[in-house]
Design a protein around this ligand. Structure first.
Ligand SMILES: Cc1ncc(COP(=O)(O)O)c(C=O)c1O
Length: 420
């Protein structure tokens, strides 16, 4: 038992003085006092999360003074150290200081927020856009504002947690369909046909763990047939996919058919924050009804300026996207040809299926010792027995770095018997 656990038990004793308890109730902290798994893994040296990075440069990071190749980050266009983004941040810092300290609806709307919303709407050819303090809050705001008591939201089972939480926060009903399975989606839509209320199909554009691309043509067709709207969370596709970086709708030539595009600045935009794009009246409604938009402090000016500069680069410098795609092919092809199961990834996100949890953690540890920074995804993040190492590349990885990564995967995969 760890020191922490002992301490927890001691604290629990303190919290339960008999004279203070008049009726029997459970202690709401019980679950926390009993949660020792993370501490135990840390003590055994097999805890793969929250590793503090002291520096990051292109495809490498420094941890405990050691340079490591990073895979699995979301800095897809490799812009987080671009000097132009840093300069843009410093310029608005001089004008606005460190924080808005207020909600957008009160004292927190800055001229740069409106400029970014205007530029985003132009880029995506949408009527209007709205930005949020994070993408997660954006998903909550959009779904909770739009789905009222009689409405129904249809969500792919592999959708990001923020969409599930947004649906739960709303007053609408939620239906989950099997991942990318349009027969299952149609079965649910047909079952609800004739019921009152509106419908919206909500899907990730690129799925964050499997790297699959949503079947938007099929979804759009079903939406038309069953009178549903379509919202796409394109967090992992904006900037990365489509001829001009406009994500999965552009990839499929369906930009006019998607009702809402929701996204984040925390990936290709090398910033933080979220956004939604769509018809002016819908954006205006979210602006006045989305509680996770209204009741939180606005996105700081520096992050807005970084996103604006990244948008400019996205629009005018396709070479970052092209390098990302080349790197993604090298990674995906390389991992696949070593004999690993990449679970049908089609993008820069390449899951490597290891299977059992323990084996996956051993795999992660082997990579760590080889100087490769990765993180495993274990249940409940993935189905039981389907644990993965999530890899991804960015535009700044060099072919040599990806080569080293592949060598490490080959050596550890063979050593642990995952590949022959
Ligand atoms: C698909 C998807 N949607 C939404 C989010 C939330 O975005 P943010 O990091 O801006 O909160 C993420 C972040 O990981 C994501 O992967």
């Amino acid at each position: 038992m760890s020191d922490h656990t002992d301490l927890n038990h001691a604290l629990k004793g303190l919290a339960r003085k008999p004279e203070e308890v008049s009726v029997h109730t459970d202690d709401i902290f019980d679950k926390a006092f009993g949660f020792t798994r993370a501490d135990e893994a840390m003590e055994a040296g097999i805890y793969p999360y929250f590793k503090p990075i002291s520096e990051q440069h292109g495809g490498t990071v420094k941890v405990d003074g050691r340079e490591m190749i990073i895979t699995g980050s979301n800095d897809y266009l490799g812009l987080t150290q671009d000097p132009r983004l840093e300069k843009a941040a410093m310029e608005v810092f001089d004008r606005y200081g460190t924080s808005c300290t207020g909600s957008r609806s009160l004292t927190g709307t800055l001229a740069v927020h409106e400029e970014l919303e205007r530029r985003l709407a132009e880029f995506f050819k949408a009527e209007a856009a709205l930005t949020f303090t994070t993408g997660f809050l954006g998903m909550l705001a959009v779904l909770s504002a739009l789905a009222g008591r009689r409405d129904i939201l249809y969500l792919d089972r592999e959708n990001h947690a923020s969409l599930y939480d947004g649906a739960r926060l709303s007053f609408g009903a939620m239906r989950k369909y099997r991942h990318n399975d349009l027969d299952d989606l149609e079965r649910l839509l047909a079952r609800d046909a004739g019921k009152p209320g509106g419908r919206m199909i909500v899907t990730d554009g690129v799925f964050s763990m499997s790297g699959h691309i949503a079947d938007l043509p099929g979804i759009v067709e079903l939406a038309r047939r069953y009178g549903a709207r379509v919202a796409v969370d394109d967090a992992h596709a904006t900037g990365a996919l489509g001829e001009n970086g406009r994500g999965t709708p552009e990839h499929f030539g369906l930009e006019d058919e998607i009702d809402l595009i929701i996204g984040t600045f925390s990936k290709s935009f090398a910033s933080v924050g979220g956004f939604v794009m769509g018809p002016r009246s819908v954006i205006n409604y979210i602006k006045h009804h989305g509680r996770p938009f209204i009741f939180t402090a606005a996105l700081p000016a520096m992050q807005v300026a970084v996103a604006l500069e990244a948008l400019e680069i996205m629009e005018t410098e396709p070479e970052h996207r092209e390098r990302l795609q080349q790197n993604a092919e090298q990674l995906r092809g390389g991992i696949g040809s070593l004999g690993f199961d990449t679970m049908g990834s089609e993008t820069q996100i390449v899951p490597v299926l290891i299977g059992p949890d323990e084996l996956t953690v051993m795999f992660w540890r082997g990579l760590w010792e080889e100087g490769i920074f990765t993180t495993p995804a274990l249940p409940p993040g993935v189905p039981p027995g389907q644990s993965i190492i999530r890899t991804s590349v960015n535009a700044n990885h060099t072919p040599e770095q990806i080569g080293r990564l592949l060598e490490a995967f080959a050596a550890i995969g063979r050593g642990l018997g995952v590949i022959g």
